[in-house]
Every structure is written in structure tokens, then in C-alpha cells.
Design a protein around this ligand. Structure first.
Ligand code: GDP
Ligand code: IMO
Ligand code: MG
Length: 427
């Protein structure tokens, strides 16, 4: 019953799409368990580049069944435009399964996301504006709309009424916006029902039966550990649990079933949106990482903030996820630096701190303590095995492994499927 979780070990955009796609050929199911179309997962197959937002990256592997689990929030309009975009490029999407318990991102959730960000002003989170936070808020407040609600008009109408009651008060009285009509929302949502129907099922049952039959299931996280609502840099986080436990709740699979937890780890650090980031660079090195690494958001097109590798964060990711492996990505981007700084600890109010502080105030004050590692200038994009890497690149990987607390089992040396050095098998 091999069940693998693959998740972001930093602030997202570590290369989860590429890693998932790489494994897609050898697994039976790829499951998104949280988040929604705030994700932007890039997959490069030959000369074709795909940007997936809501659909699991396994959709590009013909033998693999892609699953949207109960923990995901689904914007039906995005779902259908993503599906038709893939169909036009010849990708068969007919095997997709969607949990009837997944929550729907309604148009009013998107409105509330945008309006609240605007009114937060300087304190804004820098969300993707896709309605993610408000949809999860409705779920927790028990006024959410689930996929299955589209199949009972009376229940759907009652639920939309309940959800809009307070929101319309807020929109009209606080934010000076127009009220949203219940009938209009119900009509739009009902319009998706028939098209969605072939995909909707009890995914919890399907996945557990698959595991009982020794099928291989891969859980693909969105976002990353430091964006987790419980374990991330709250409040500058997303509204779900990208960490490993989220795979269990977001797919309905018990923790005893999970055999491997793989953390995707960029060889440096990036972040999109607001919030603390100790190793962030504001100089030419930051610019160079952004340029060479192509660090621009797949979902919003925003420039990503860039900085050096932070081992404190990597150790934290190992701990809160129980990581068994790391997949180190984008090592090729670091080619050309004479020396590469790596953050090994923080200095907080004059004291050296080795582990991520739980206090938000302390983390905001954390200054990186750097160790300099020697760089390399050889092109590594063609490397197929660890021994093909220059000695200093090997030493960089080994140093990161030592500091981060789990074996580095694969290394990315380019965006393509083949541009990967596999050290230990994941299966
Ligand atoms: P995700 O959200 O974690 O799936 O990551 P994104 O797709 O948002 O961002 C990662 C970017 O890096 C994408 O453009 C990938 O094609 C690219 N990428 C992934 N792995 C590597 C690698 O090892 N080297 C290089 N140069 N690019 C990579
Ligand atoms: P992938 O899966 C990077 C960030 C946003 C914002 C915060 C909250 O591609 O790694 P939200 O819209 O989720 O309420 O925004 O989270 N964020 C991401 N940053 N990669 C992502 O996804 C992200 N999804 C959300 O920028 O700071
Ligand atoms: Mg991304």
C-alpha cells in the first residue's frame, strides 16, 4: 500500500509540479488534498510547458487517475477552463475524479477575498485573489457549499441564502458594495451540475480501496510548509494545511497508510506575497536569482521575492512533516556564484537560534547567520548522476542534506522531466 506525500518544504513554488509529473508515470493515482487554484504547478514535457492550477499534475500521465480530494476548494469555472485547455492540447482528462465533499469557491467568495485585501491596506496578506481564504472560512463556519449540494436545488438555495445573509450585510454596509442576489448565484452554480456529474464520486472510498489493492497513491501538496495555516508564518499564510497531516484529512486516508513523505526543496528560497523572510535579498544577487531562476508567479504573474537557502526552515519542514526524503530542485540556478551563502541559524536579539522560533515577533526579528560554501562554474544541466556534478556542487548538496535532517533523494538540474538526478528511488 505505498502512499506517498509530496509537498512544498518552503513557501511554495519549489517545483512540486515537476516532481509530481516525474513520478506520475509510476503511480496509479495523484491526489490534490488541499488548496485550490491559488497553486501554479509548472510541468515541462519535452518542448511542451503546462501550468496547472487546480488539477493534479498526474493528469499529464496517461496511466494515472487524477483526484481532487475533499480538502480542496474548487472553482468550477476555473476547473472547466483548465480541462478544456488541456483537451485542446490533446490531453485526455476523462479519468478525473472529484470528491462530492470538496467545497466550491463561489463568485461571492472571490469578491470577499478581493474586498478584504483592499481594506486591509498595508496589512494585506497579498493573496492570489482566488477566493481561497473566504471559501475555507465558510467551510469552518459551516456555511460552505459543497460539490454534492449542486444536486439538490432546494438545499443549495437554502445554503446560498445562509452564506449570503451576513456577507450582503458586510458588503453593503461596511464595504459600500452592491448586494449579491441569491438566485443569480444558485443559477450559476446549477449550470455546472451536469458537466461536473461524470467526475463526482466518493473519492475517500476509491482511494482506500486502491490502497487495499496495493495501488500506488501520490498526494500532491499545493503551497508549502511555511504557508500552512497552523505551521506557517501566520497570518501570512494560506487557509489550508499543505503539511503532511493535511493529506490525511484532505483525502480521507489514515496516517498509518502513508509510507513516504517527500519535501520539495529549492536550492535557494522564494516567497510570493507579504510576510517575514529572513534570507530575502534586495541586491544584485536577489535580482540574479529571480532572473536565472525565472522566479515569476505562475498564477498571478507577480515577481517572487528571492533569497539564499535557509536550513532552519528546511529542518523545520523535516520536523513538522516527518519528511523521509528531500527532492532538491533548481541546483542549476546556482551555477556561476563563486561562493554561496547558506543560512545555518538565526540571530535574534543578539542570541544565536538554531530552530524556527514559534513567536511571530522573534521570527520578524530573525537575522540570518550565514556560512559560505564554495560555488562552481560548470554547466550542470546535463548531469545524470551525482558523480557527474562538480565537486563543489556535490559538497553543497551534502551540506544541505546534513543541515536539513533528511536524505536528498533527487536533484533537479533543469525544468524538464529528464533533468533530474535520482539518488534513491521514491517507490
Ligand atoms: P510548484 O508550484 O512547486 O509546482 O513550482 P512552480 O511551477 O510554481 O515553480 C517552479 C519553477 O521552476 C517552474 O518554472 C519549473 O518549470 C521550474 N523548475 C522545476 N525544477 C527545476 C530545476 O531543477 N531547475 C530549473 N532550472 N527549473 C526548475
Ligand atoms: P504553489 O502550489 C506560492 C501565497 C500567496 C499569499 C498567501 C495567501 O504554486 O506553490 P491565498 O490566495 O492562498 O489565500 O494567498 O499564500 N500562495 C502561494 N505562494 N505558491 C503557491 O502555490 C501559493 N498559493 C498561495 O501569495 O502570500
Ligand atoms: Mg507554483
Amino acid at each position: 500500500m505505498p502512499a506517498l506525500v509530496l509537498l512544498g518544504a518552503q513557501w511554495g513554488d519549489e517545483g512540486k509540479g515537476k516532481a509530481t509529473d516525474l513520478l506520475g508515470g509510476s503511480v496509479d493515482y495523484v491526489v490534490r488534498y488541499q488548496g485550490g487554484n491559488n497553486a501554479g504547478h509548472t510541468v515541462v514535457v519535452g518542448d511542451q510547458k503546462y501550468a496547472l492550477h487546480l488539477l493534479p499534475s498526474g493528469i499529464l500521465s496517461p496511466g494515472c487517475t487524477p483526484v481532487i480530494g475533499n480538502g480542496v476548494v474548487v472553482d468550477p469555472s476555473v476547473l472547466f477552463s483548465e480541462l478544456s485547455g488541456l483537451n485542446e492540447r490533446g490531453v485526455d482528462t476523462s479519468k478525473l475524479l472529484i470528491s462530492g465533499n470538496a467545497h466550491i469557491i463561489t463568485p461571492y467568495n472571490v469578491t470577499v477575498d478581493k474586498v478584504t485585501e483592499r481594506f486591509l491596506g498595508k496589512r494585506k496578506i497579498g493573496t492570489t485573489g482566488r477566493g481561497i481564504g473566504p471559501t475555507y472560512a465558510d467551510k469552518i463556519n459551516r456555511v460552505g457549499i459543497r460539490v454534492q449540494d449542486l444536486y439538490d436545488e432546494s438545499i443549495l438555495t437554502q445554503k446560498v441564502e445562509a452564506a449570503l445573509d451576513a456577507k450582503n450585510q458586510m458588503l453593503t454596509k461596511l464595504y459600500n458594495r452592491r448586494a449579491i442576489a441569491v438566485e443569480q448565484v444558485v443559477e450559476e452554480l446549477l449550470g455546472y451540475a451536469d458537466k461536473l456529474a461524470p467526475y463526482v464520486t466518493d473519492t475517500v472510498l476509491v482511494l482506500n480501496q486502491a490502497l487495499d489493492q496495493d495501488k500506488v497513491v501520490l498526494f500532491e501538496g499545493g503551497q508549502g510548509t511555511l504557508l500552512d495555516i497552523d505551521h506557517g508564518t501566520y497570518p501570512f499564510v494560506t487557509s489550508s494545511n499543505p503539511t503532511a497531516g493535511g493529506a490525511c484529512t484532505g483525502a480521507g486516508v489514515g496516517p498509518t497508510k502513508i509510507s513516504r513523505v517527500i519535501g520539495i526543496l529549492k536550492a535557494y528560497t522564494t516567497r510570493v506575497g507579504a510576510g517575514p523572510f529572513p534570507t530575502e535579498l534586495f541586491d544584485e544577487d536577489g535580482e540574479a536569482l529571480r532572473r536565472i531562476g525565472g522566479e515569476r508567479g505562475v498564477t498571478t504573474g507577480r515577481d517572487r521575492r528571492c533569497g539564499w537557502f535557509d536550513a532552519v526552515i528546511a529542518r523545520y519542514a523535516t520536523r513538522v512533516n516527518g519528511l523521509t526524503d528531500f527532492f532538491l530542485t533548481k541546483l542549476d540556478v546556482l551555477t556561476g556564484w563563486e561562493q554561496i551563502p547558506v543560512c545555518v541559524a538565526y540571530e535574534i536579539d543578539g542570541k544565536r537560534v538554531e530552530e524556527l522560533p514559534y513567536s511571530q515577533t522573534d521570527f520578524h526579528h530573525a537575522k540570518p547567520v550565514y556560512e559560505m560554501l564554495p560555488g562552481w562554474s560548470e554547466d550542470i544541466t546535463g548531469a545524470k548522476s551525482f558523480s557527474d556534478l562538480p565537486k563543489n556542487a556535490q559538497a553543497y548538496v551534502k551540506a544541505l542534506e546534513e543541515m536539513s535532517g533528511a536524505p536528498i533523494s533527487a536533484i533537479g538540474v533543469g525544468p524538464g522531466r529528464d533533468e533530474t538526478i535520482q539518488i534513491n528511488s521514491f517507490l
